[in-house]
Unconditional design. Sequence first.
Length: 119
Amino acid sequence: MEVKLFDSELKVMDLLWREGERPARQVAAVLEKEVGWNINTTYTLLKRCIKKGAVQRTEPGFLCKALITREEVQAAETDELVGKLFDGSVDKLFASLLGRKNLSAEQIARLREIVGEME
């Protein structure tokens, strides 16, 4: 399932991924503290996520549960990034990432390990 989520919707999803199923009021209370949103903003974003199929709402108590995983969203966002900015080339993305940051020996070793697992 590929669902396009905006940054504000990802804040809602992040909370549900971290904390699991929660009543909408509790989601609103946490996001008020973390982001400064009022209850109406959070409810609007929850409704958008529900409409997109990312969140399920159940009664009683307007319980909200993530229907998609963080990994699914990460995969879709990565595919979009690679397609849009790197002509669909993962190696171009990888080269760009490596060229922009001084990596520690530990990070380089971990990347070698990941690439080795793919071979």
